[in-house]
Write a protein that binds this ligand. Structure first.
Ligand code: UD1
Length: 367
């Protein structure tokens, strides 16, 4: 009998982790039917639609249209809307991705209807319960049946939590699959040219975590940091809607926009952003996924957070965790200018074939 597998996505970082599934599920055409559900957590054209277009992701079979709201209303609405979908079109397996609110909501909705659950990128832990994503990771991993793991810390964390070995699958990283699949398109993008940038002459920055941008002190510190970095290099900052809203709310957006040598951009499409990563001298971020993309590209990355859920990017990759301390950041920039920064290595199984492995594991198990 035909088996139904649904993937649930909701945010920008989810979209870029599922681009190769359609192709891989096609190998099981006639045996597996694959459908895509988009919660609508990210809804702006440049946070969502543009990724579907560029990355050739199929049109969602269901769009839940939940958009903004408090985390509780987001999660509650997703659960209610998913239940409606599942009651009329019940999958044999739901795949949820990463650590966002949509992920946890999907896990709960599936669990309450006794639908099997697979978690992509499971086992990552920052051990920091002040991060909303950490709750999402922990809850999703308690409810999952299949655990698809990107790095060895995931195996350790899940084993420690008592998950049986047979349910742990170390498969690599589907976000890297997308980088590999679209590598030529990334190189062909006109991002540098359109902003009159040259390879290696700029720093790329992203900042959007609540702990950095949801208060005035944090926004002021970011301005101070940009001013500081711009003494050495041009700085490119594609700003997330949540960060921009907060700069406006705290009356700091004019000061931000007036900084010399700052190229302030709207959120970028995937190919442009990845070209900027590839050719930057340094990436400064508070994102989760960008730590992995810079590790794969062997581009130096400073993550301005007290912890990371992706420790392989530090132990093997080009990532460093740093406090928001201008002196420390200056030292790092000097190292990079002298070419003495660590290049790192590419972690095991980050080879562009994780999705293929996952689909084979699922097919073997459910067919
Ligand atoms: C979410 C994820 C975070 C991820 C980030 C990547 C959770 C808990 N957090 O954070 O892990 O790193 O996505 O982008 O799920 N907004 C828009 N347009 C959009 C999307 C959001 O204006 O397309 C606004 C929302 O209305 C809200 C704010 O941005 O005011 C935050 O959006 P939300 O989806 O709640 O979380 P993110 O900060 O994007």
């Amino acid at each position: 009998m035909l088996k139904k597998i649904f993937i649930l996505v909701g945010t920008r970082p989810n979209f870029i982790k599922i681009t190769q599934f359609e192709k891989q599920f096609k190998r099981y055409a006639g045996k597996i039917e694959y459908k895509l559900i988009h919660t609508g957590q990210h809804f702006d054209k440049n946070m969502s639609e543009v990724f579907f277009e560029q990355l050739e992701i199929k049109e969602p079979d269901y769009y839940l249209n939940i958009s903004s709201g408090s985390p509780n209303s987001q999660i509650g609405n997703i659960i209610l809307e998913l239940e409606k979908v599942f009651l009329k079109d019940r999958p044999d397996l739901l795949i949820v991705v990463g650590d966002v609110n949509s992920t946890m909501a999907g896990a709960i909705a599936a669990n309450k209807l006794a639908i099997k659950l697979a978690h992509l990128e499971s086992g990552l832990r920052s051990m920091d319960r002040t991060m909303p994503e950490e709750h999402n990771r922990v809850v999703t991993d308690v409810l999952a049946d299949y655990y698809f793991i990107t790095e060895d810390s995931g195996i350790k964390n899940l084993s420690h939590a008592g998950v049986e070995n047979e349910r742990l699958f170390f498969v690599g990283n589907t976000m890297i699959d997308t980088l590999v699949a679209f590598d030529q398109n990334i190189r062909d993008s006109d991002a540098l040219e359109s902003h009159s940038l040259k390879k290696g002459e700029y720093v790329l920055m992203t900042m959007h975590r609540p702990s950095n941008v949801d208060h005035q002190v944090g926004c002021k510190k970011i301005i101070e940091l940009i001013k500081f970095i711009s003494r050495y290099k041009k700085i490119v900052f594609p700003i997330h809607p949540r960060a921009l809203k907060n700069f406006e709310k705290y009356g700091l957006s004019n000061e931000l926009k007036a900084i010399n040598d700052l190229i302030l951009l709207e959120p970028l499409d995937y190919l442009s952003f990845q070209q900027l990563v590839l050719y930057s001298s340094l990436v400064v971020t508070d994102s989760g996924g960008i730590q992995e993309e810079t590790t794969f590209r062997q581009v130096p990355c400073l993550t301005l957070r007290p912890n990371t859920e992706r420790p392989i990017t530090i132990s093997m990759g080009s990532n460093k965790l740093l406090e928001f301390d201008l002196e420390l950041i200056k030292k790092e920039i000097e190292l990079i200018q002298k070419g003495q920064n660590k290049k790192g290595e590419i972690p095991p199984l980050w080879d562009g074939r994780a999705t293929e492995r996952i689909v084979d594991i699922i097919a073997k198990s459910i067919l």
